[in-house]
Design a protein around this ligand. Structure first.
Ligand code: HEC
Length: 199
C-alpha cells in the first residue's frame, strides 16, 4: 500500500514536471511570435493590415490640433491618441531605442464638445481615423530610418480601410525625419515615452 502511494506520487511529480516544461516551452514560443511581426502585418500585396488591438497597446499621449485653431481643417483632425506596441515599448524602455518592428498608431478623434461641468476646453467626440508608422528593415529598406507611414482613414462616416499601402517618402517621412525628436518619432509630444526612455 505504502509502495503504491509512493509510485503514485512519483508519477504525479513526473506528470507535473512534464506539464511545467511543456508550458514553459509553449510560453517561450508565444513570446517569440510576439516579438515583432504580430503587431505589424503586411498582406500579400505588401499593404499594412489595419491593426486590431491597438487600444490595448501602450498609450503614449494625445496631441490635439483642433479644426478651429487650424483654419477650419487640421491636416490630422483633431485629437491624436497615440499608442506603441507593447513589445517595442519594453525594448525602448530597456535600450532607449525603437527596435526593428516597432509600430505606432495615432487614432484620430473629433472634438465632441467644448464645454463640460469641469470648464471650457476640448473634449473627445468620435473616432474618425487611424494612421500608423512602422520601422522595418525588411519592408522599408529604402526609406529614411527604415520608417514608413500608412493611413486607414476614409471619408467621414465610412469604415476604416482594412489595409494601406505605404505613403511616398516625401508625403510623411520627410517631415518626421526633420522635426521629430527621437528616431522619426515625435517623443517631444509623448511624455510617457520620454519618461520610459532608458537613461
Ligand atoms: C508637416 C509635418 C508632418 C507630416 C507631413 C506628417 N506628420 Fe505625422 N506627425 C507630425 C507631428 C508633429 C506628430 C506628433 C504631433 C501630432 O500628432 O500632431 C506626428 C505624429 C504622427 C504619428 C504618431 C507617431 C509618431 O511618429 O510620432 C503617426 C502614426 C503619423 N504622424 C503618421 C503620419 C502619416 C501617415 C503622414 C503622411 C500622410 C504624416 N504623419 C505626415 C508631423 C507630420
Amino acid at each position: 500500500m505504502k509502495k503504491r502511494s509512493l509510485i503514485f506520487s512519483n508519477s504525479t511529480i513526473t506528470f507535473l514536471a512534464i506539464f511545467l516544461v511543456f508550458s514553459l516551452l509553449q510560453n517561450g514560443v508565444k513570446g517569440q511570435a510576439n516579438s515583432q511581426t504580430e503587431f505589424a502585418i503586411w498582406d500579400s500585396n505588401g499593404e499594412l493590415v489595419k491593426p486590431e488591438s491597438y487600444r490595448e497597446w501602450i498609450y503614449v499621449g494625445t496631441p490635439v490640433t483642433p479644426n478651429d485653431m487650424n483654419n477650419g481643417k487640421a491636416p490630422f483632425p483633431e485629437f491624436h491618441n497615440a499608442y506603441i506596441d507593447p513589445v517595442s515599448f519594453a525594448a525602448y524602455k530597456a535600450t532607449g531605442k525603437f527596435p526593428d518592428g516597432t509600430i505606432l498608431v495615432k487614432e484620430l478623434v473629433s472634438v465632441g464638445s467644448k464645454a463640460a461641468v469641469s470648464g471650457v476646453g476640448y473634449f473627445q467626440g468620435d473616432f474618425i481615423g487611424l494612421e500608423a508608422t512602422v520601422k522595418s528593415a525588411d519592408h522599408h529598406a529604402d526609406e529614411p530610418g527604415e520608417w514608413a507611414y500608412y493611413s486607414f482613414t476614409t471619408e467621414a462616416g465610412q469604415a476604416l480601410k482594412k489595409s494601406s499601402p505605404k505613403f511616398e517618402t516625401a508625403s510623411c517621412n520627410t517631415c518626421h525625419q526633420v522635426s521629430a525628436a527621437d528616431d522619426w518619432v515625435f517623443t517631444q509630444y509623448y511624455p510617457i515615452l520620454r519618461a520610459a526612455k532608458a537613461k
